[in-house]
Design a protein around this ligand. Structure first.
Ligand SMILES: CCCCCCCC(=O)SCCNC(=O)CCNC(=O)[C@H](O)C(C)(C)COP(=O)(O)OP(=O)(O)OC[C@H]1O[C@@H](n2cnc3c(N)ncnc32)[C@H](O)[C@@H]1OP(=O)(O)O
Length: 182
């Protein structure tokens, strides 16, 4: 790893949330319009996420033609979007909603259009509101990663965080109704 990502030594204890998805279960979309995992995002990545053991998430993504960067290979920004979303599922295993404050990606091999990318992400630790995660992407052999990601997420109060922005969503009415419920 070339990353300078540092996880603090004095981490908090964490527990898997009792309502978190069970091992092997598909993790629910946090937003159907999400560019990463949303099924209603026509141009999105359509990542499929599954809860793993302990504090792990796995995911798959078909590298579609629309994700091309260099000729025949995935765009680096698309790959970092995928890492953001896959690692972004880790906080849901321990409970709180959280958003990305830091994301870094090491690109190790070109990733062909037409391939299926597989991801494994895991919790590295939590300190107060900060949740540290690591992910790898591979093309079938987890021991041969094609890219590695690291991220920090910070827990949020969802209603407060998105309050001023709900009107921008194509699902504005639905979200406003949902967030106004006690
Ligand atoms: C609901 C699920 C959605 C999942 C979607 C997929 C993930 C995403 O793409 S999210 C979209 C991109 N991210 C964003 O838009 C976030 C924008 N940022 C923000 O809104 C704010 O920075 C916010 C609310 C996260 C934090 O602000 P605030 O509440 O004031 O907290 P703040 O005190 O600054 O930071 C909290 C802790 O995080 C640390 N921190 C903040 N930013 C960083 C950073 N870039 N790097 C490292 N640490 C950081 C702070 O140092 C602090 O740590 P400590 O506990 O040691 O004091």
């Amino acid at each position: 790893m070339k990353s300078s990502f540092v996880v603090p030594a004095d981490l908090d204890a964490v527990q898997r949330h009792p309502k978190a998805a069970k091992v092997g279960e598909r993790m629910r979309m946090h937003n159907p319009l999400c560019y990463g995992c949303g099924e209603e995002s026509a141009e999105g990545l359509h990542l499929q996420m599954f809860a793993g053991e302990d504090f792990e998430v796995t995911a798959t993504m078909d590298v579609a033609a629309r994700f091309e960067g260099g000729p025949g290979v995935i765009h680096g920004g698309v790959l970092s979007t995928a890492f953001d979303d896959v690692m972004g599922m880790i906080p849901l295993l321990i409970g709180p909603s959280a958003v990305t404050v830091h994301l870094e990606v090491d690109y190790q091999r070109p990733i062909p259009i037409g391939s299926q990318l597989q991801f494994t992400a895991k919790l590295l630790g939590r300190q107060r509101r900060k949740i540290y995660a690591e992910g790898i992407a591979h093309l079938g052999d987890p021991d041969e990663p094609v890219a590695t990601g690291h991220a920090i997420f910070v827990t949020i109060d969802v209603r407060e965080h998105f309050a001023d922005h709900l009107a921008n969503s194509r699902l504005a009415d639905e979200y406003k109704a949902r967030m106004s419920r006690p």
